[in-house]
Design a protein around this ligand. Structure first.
Ligand SMILES: [Zn+2]
Length: 156
């Protein structure tokens, strides 16, 4: 079931965040400071409007400086050797139990990810999706809202 995009809360904020995220990814490697600035803005809008950012998008931005993380371009990728304990349990995959470390080029923040095929976070589970909303990026839909805002300044 798809809701009308009018009912989506924080639609304008999602639009701005979408734009800033894309701008941040575009600037990564060309102008890292600008990319980090756009990433920070994107995060701040989400924080202020209390909107959830998808984990995959969150992972693309550095936790400390918000620089868009592109391995080889704006971040280094290291692989730590696997632990012996997990080796016995799952002998099927050699990568199982090892750690991937992402180091930000701008601030040096290290982020560790465990390699595990059994582990899935809840938000990436298809069951957690209650409904899908689409953002109309046409100019006509945004013009519809603008007179409403002007007519009713009390409603913000
Ligand atoms: Zn960083």
């Amino acid at each position: 079931m798809k809701r009308k995009s009018k009912n989506l809360q924080g639609r304008e904020c999602y639009r701005r965040m979408n734009f800033l995220y894309q701008a941040s990814m575009l600037m990564a490697g060309r102008n890292n400071v600008l990319s980090a600035f756009y990433g920070k803005l994107c995060k701040n809008i989400g924080k202020k409007a209390t909107l959830r950012i998808a984990p995959s998008i969150k992972r693309d931005l550095c936790k400390r400086c918000s620089l868009a993380q592109k391995p080889g371009l704006t971040s280094y990728l290291n692989v730590k050797s696997q632990k012996r304990r997990t080796n016995k349990q799952s002998s099927s995959s050699t990568d199982e139990g090892s750690q991937v470390q992402l180091v930000c080029e701008l601030c040096g923040y290290k982020r560790n990810f465990n390699v595990s095929s059994n582990y899935n976070i809840w938000l990436e589970n298809p069951e957690c999706v209650a409904e899908e909303c689409t953002l109309d990026l046409k100019q006509s839909s945004s013009n519809e809202n603008k007179p409403d805002v002007k007519n009713n300044p009390q409603t913000k």
